[in-house]
Design a protein around this ligand. Structure first.
Ligand code: AMP
Length: 221
C-alpha cells in the first residue's frame, strides 16, 4: 500500500493512519511527527524547523524532500506506507513523484479527508497527546477516559497540548493549508489518484469509509 492522506490540520489524518497500520502492515509516515522528534532531540533539523513549526508555517520543500527520501528508504517502508502530512505543496508533490518514479513504485491513491472549518477548529483546540505513548485524545470528542486511558498502556496519561495547537496559531495553519496544500486536491485529481472521504462523525465510521475508498481505488491491500 502506497497512499497519501490529504486534509487540513485536524481532519484526522494521524488518527486514521494509526488505525490503518495494523490492518495493512505498513508504517505511518508523519512528517509532523518526524519533525517533532527532531525538535525534541535537539538535532540540527529540529533546531532548523522549530520556529517555523511554532509559527504554523511550512518547513522548506528541500528539507522536507530530504526527510522523506531518507524515511522511505528505511526497511519497514519497503512494502509501502501511509503518508500523513506530506506532501503539503506542489513542489513536494513533484519531488515525491520523481522519487517514486526512480524506484518504479508510484502512489496508488490520495485520500482527501473532508471536514468543515468549524469542526477543524474544535478538533485542534481540543487535541491533547499522552507524553508517554504519543496517543492522541480530544477533550471534546475522545477524552482519555473513553476508552480506558491510552488503551490501557498508560495508567494515568500525562497529557500535553502541541504548541502549534494554540488558538493563535491554528488560524495561521488553516490559512497555510488553504493557500499551499489545498491545490494538491486538483493536482492529484488531474492524475486520477484522488478519492474523497467524509471525515466527520464517529471515528470507527470514518475508518470504514476510508477502507472502502482504499478498496475502491485498488489500494486496500
Ligand atoms: P502536522 O503534525 O502534520 O500538523 O505538522 C506540524 C508542523 O510541521 C506543520 O505545521 C509544519 O510546520 C511542519 N510540517 C509537517 N509536515 C510538513 C511538510 N510536508 N512540509 C512542510 N512543513 C511540514
Amino acid at each position: 500500500m502506497r497512499i497519501v492522506l490529504l486534509g487540513a490540520p485536524g481532519s484526522g489524518k494521524g488518527t486514521q493512519a494509526q488505525r490503518l497500520i495494523d490492518k495493512y502492515g505498513v508504517p505511518q509516515v508523519s512528517t509532523g511527527d518526524l519533525l517533532r522528534a527532531a525538535v525534541a532531540a535537539g538535532t540540527p533539523l529540529g533546531l532548523h524547523a522549530k520556529a517555523t513549526m511554532d509559527a504554523g508555517r511550512l518547513v522548506d520543500d528541500e528539507t522536507m524532500l530530504g526527510i522523506i527520501r531518507e524515511r522511505l528508504a528505511a526497511p519497514d517502508a519497503k512494502n509501502g506506507y501511509i503518508l500523513d502530512g506530506f506532501p503539503r505543496t506542489i513542489p513536494q508533490a513533484d519531488g515525491l513523484n520523481a522519487l517514486l518514479a526512480e524506484i518504479g513504485q508510484p502512489l496508488q491513491a490520495v485520500v482527501l479527508m473532508e471536514v468543515d472549518g468549524e469542526q477543524l477548529f474544535r478538533r485542534l483546540t481540543g487535541r491533547r497527546t499522552c507524553k508517554a505513548c504519543g496517543r492522541v485524545f480530544n477533550v471534546y470528542t475522545a477524552p482519555p477516559s473513553v476508552p480506558a486511558p491510552c488503551g490501557g498502556r498508560c495508567e494515568t496519561p500525562d497529557l500535553f497540548q502541541r504548541p502549534d495547537d494554540s488558538e493563535a496559531t491554528i488560524g495561521k495553519r488553516l490559512d497555510v493549508y488553504a493557500a499551499q496544500t489545498r491545490p494538491l486536491v486538483d493536482y492529484y485529481d488531474a492524475r486520477g489518484l484522488l478519492a474523497k472521504v467524509d471525515a466527520e462523525g464517529d471515528i470507527d465510521v470514518v475508518t470504514g469509509r476510508l477502507e472502502a475508498a482504499l478498496a475502491a481505488a485498488g489500494a486496500g491491500r
